[in-house]
Design a protein. Structure first.
Lengths: 426, 292
């Protein structure tokens, strides 16, 4: 009798164990926690983890607890690819969150598309990623990197008196997937498909020419191993350009460039960087940041109303929850992945399944009237997976450490006055 | 003309920092035949010590330099005892150390990331972003101070190697380990002390780089190739060669960056490495390898 009871218990446990294991909804994310992109990768992990924790606190998704699997891809393309394949084929994840950077996203997109997974991209703005015909890819920032420059053009047109506008520009950028893409838009280059060399987009004449600027200097630095910042800054200074455009691949490069410009006493009217909203940027450069413009997808004061766990969850809620969990304030690099997680959670909740083809159908059917709602605002996408109707925010460091948004003017209240011209380097 | 002088000044400034970064690497190879790929990661360790000294207590990184050097030297002793001493007599010791130090570099990177996060850091004493202006030519104070301190430290090291008893032993061991042992030199102790000094130099270099470059745990991968090119060009084990290579390549890189393009300035180091390996594999001051 006892033996029979024991057998029954063992059998029940054996049967129940896979059922319990299957009950957990696993989501995989390969992130650059070490290597060149580690600064942003770590923040992405924080954003994803916070979101999953909050979801589990409210009962999980479709009545299942969510488990986040994160692997460190060491900022390496091949590792990122193999980790997503492992998530899918070994770990049995039912959904994935995207990785950081265009360079890593480009190869990963192919793998996820081939496996039929919805691919929400937190940071991978190069237009070429979205012209490969991949199904189920959704970008979670306002637009492709090639179109970022339109915000700078419009800011100059709308916020600077015509007589006082900068007339010349020096453009320097990292030889990086993302920075090259932003430069292509600003300089009016052609974007080619790397697979067959076909034309993806002709961006001529470029946003800088459209803004009436004469290009005095174009210079690109290598993606890795570049240390000669003072020499570069000296060349920028000698160009005499009134607008300096620095397209850096990371906040670290933005700090190096800013410090070098400060050291050589370059004296432009306006400085625009593609990175630099992060707290550590301000810590590195201090009040030399005053007047520096940076485009951003997120801002702490933006009154975006999102949804999480079926209930309203605003940008302010995110900031409070983040500070409570980590003990410091979030920045863009944590906010964007949080929005990625929100989008996926809404897709799973709305469809009641983790069938990626069904989720893809639901996400692609979003419209501006019936969008995905996140702490980055509303999202609906075109057929390529790029958001529609979303402008980048232009933020400016002001008043010794405040990052205020200065453009666009009519998106929401609270737009600060533009500090122009930049008043030296304090 | 001003522009030529300016570019040369910037090259010299960068070379001064690289000289100290490469000297410890060269010393350790010269004495121990250890190709220390972990050296740049230990420089990052020194930079973090300087950063937190500045951040928490406002101590200037130049003042923190001896502290960084001592802490890293002690770390070097521990590393030597744990990782290197046991296999020092192996016929394939140098080859083994390449893999071993690669692994150590990854461990150090992971430990620094766990301890200090992957957030970028830089110390910001006032002089780090200031400059002396002589007419239209500027001399960045941060690089100037770092370069002067580097030269002083390397000078002291050279004097130590030339005039002290331990220095004699280190030089003897560098030239011929077996002969030095036969003449009564305790080559194991010399190896231990050389390793400690070499890693101590990494700590000192870390204090200087903390205000010249921003850094984060993975930053060392960007430096390892540059430093190896300096050491190979100078001649593996020759500190003088490393210093000359650091200054000459940095100056050439500065001119290349200004007149050809920034993309090519970094390439300068690797092109030099390629040419040296092709035409003078022993480097400027290294010994010609013996044919077996």
């Amino acid at each position: 009798m006892q033996a029979r009871l024991l057998t029954a218990v063992v059998t029940a446990v054996a049967v129940a164990t896979p059922a319990l294991a299957q009950d957990v909804l696993r989501i995989g994310a390969s992130l650059p926690l070490t290597g060149n992109f580690s600064v942003s990768g770590e923040k992405h992990e924080q954003g994803y983890s916070l979101c999953v924790d909050l979801i589990n606190e409210t009962g999980g998704l479709i009545d299942r607890p969510v488990e986040l699997l994160v692997s460190d891809n060491r900022s390496d393309n091949a590792t990122a690819i193999s980790q997503y394949e492992r998530f899918i084929n070994v770990n049995g994840v039912e959904a994935v969150f995207g990785t950081f950077s265009s360079r890593l996203t480009f190869p990963v997109a192919s793998i996820l598309s081939r496996n039929g997974f919805v691919h929400p991209v937190p940071a991978g703005g190069a237009l070429r990623i979205y012209t490969q015909g991949y199904e189920g890819i959704y970008y979670m920032q306002p637009n492709a990197a090639e179109y970022v420059g339109s915000s700078l053009r419009d800011l100059i047109a709308d916020r600077v008196d015509e007589a006082d506008r900068p007339t010349s520009v020096a453009v320097v950028w990292a030889d990086d997937f993302f920075a090259n893409a932003v430069a292509a838009g600003l300089l009016g280059q052609q974007v080619m498909d790397p697979a067959d060399g076909s034309l993806v987009a002709d961006l001529a004449p470029g946003y800088l020419v459209e803004a009436g600027l004469e290009i005095q200097m174009e210079e690109r630095w290598p993606e890795e191993g570049f240390n000669d910042w003072l020499n570069l800054a000296n060349s920028i200074k000698n160009s005499g350009a009134e607008l300096i455009v620095g397209l850096t691949a990371s906040a670290e490069e933005a700090s190096q460039l800013t410090r070098a410009l400060q050291t050589v006493r370059a004296d432009p009217k306006m400085v625009y960087l593609s990175q630099g909203t992060q707290a550590e940027y301000y810590e590195s450069v201090g009040n030399a940041s005053n007047g520096v413009l940076v485009h951003t997808s997120w801002h702490p004061n933006a009154p975006f109303e999102g949804v999480l766990g079926g209930e309203a969850f605003s940008n302010a809620d995110f900031i409070a929850a983040f500070a409570a969990k980590y003990g410091f304030d979030p920045d863009e690099d944590s906010a964007i992945p949080f929005a990625v997680c929100q989008a996926m959670a809404q897709a799973i909740t709305a469809t009641g399944t983790t069938d990626n083809s069904v989720m893809d159908e639901w996400l692609s059917a979003r419209t501006l009237e019936d969008p995905v709602r996140t702490i980055l605002g509303r999202f609906a996408w075109d057929e390529r997976g790029l958001p529609i109707g979303k402008p980048f925010l232009m933020a400016q460091w002001q008043n010794d450490g405040e990052l205020n948004f200065v453009y666009p003017l009519d998106e929401f209240p609270g737009t600060a006055d533009l500090v122009y011209p930049k008043n030296g380097w304090e | 003309m001003d522009q030529i002088i300016q570019v040369a000044v910037l090259g010299i400034g960068l070379g001064g920092v690289f000289a100290l970064m490469g000297s410890g690497l060269s010393l350790v190879f010269g004495v121990m035949r250890i190709v220390n790929l972990a050296h740049p990661s230990l420089i990052i360790g020194g930079a973090y010590i300087a950063y937190w000294g500045f951040k928490l207590y406002g101590i200037d990184p130049l003042i923190m330099l001896p502290v960084c050097a001592v802490i890293l030297a002690v770390t070097g002793i521990l590393f030597y005892k744990v990782f290197f001493e046991r296999d020092a007599k192996s016929a394939t010791y140098s080859e083994m150390t390449v893999l071993l130090t690669f692994a150590i570099a990854m461990i150090v990177e992971g430990a620094l990331g766990a301890a200090f996060s992957n957030t970028q850091r830089v110390t910001s004493p006032v002089y780090a972003t200031d400059a002396f202006f002589i007419g239209d030519v500027f001399i960045p104070k941060g690089q100037l101070y770092a370069g002067i301190v580097s030269i002083v430290i390397i000078g002291l090291l050279a004097a130590f190697l030339k005039y002290s008893r331990l220095g004699y032993a280190i030089r003897a061991t560098t030239q011929n380990r077996e002969a030095a042992a036969l003449l009564g030199v305790n080559v194991n102790m010399v190896g231990l002390m050389s390793f400690a000094i070499g890693i101590g130099l990494a700590g000192a270099a870390g204090a200087l780089t903390s205000f010249v470059f921003s850094f984060f745990p993975a930053k060392h991968w960007e430096w390892v190739a540059v430093l190896m090119s300096l050491v190979v060009m100078g001649g593996m084990g020759s500190i003088l060669g490393t210093v000359i290579a650091a200054f000459s390549l940095s100056i050439v890189a500065a001119f290349v960056g200004t007149w050809i393009g920034s993309t090519w300035s970094t390439m300068t180091f690797f092109l030099a490495l390629f040419l040296v390996l092709l035409f003078r594999p022993q480097g400027l001051f290294g010994e010609k390898p013996e044919l077996v």
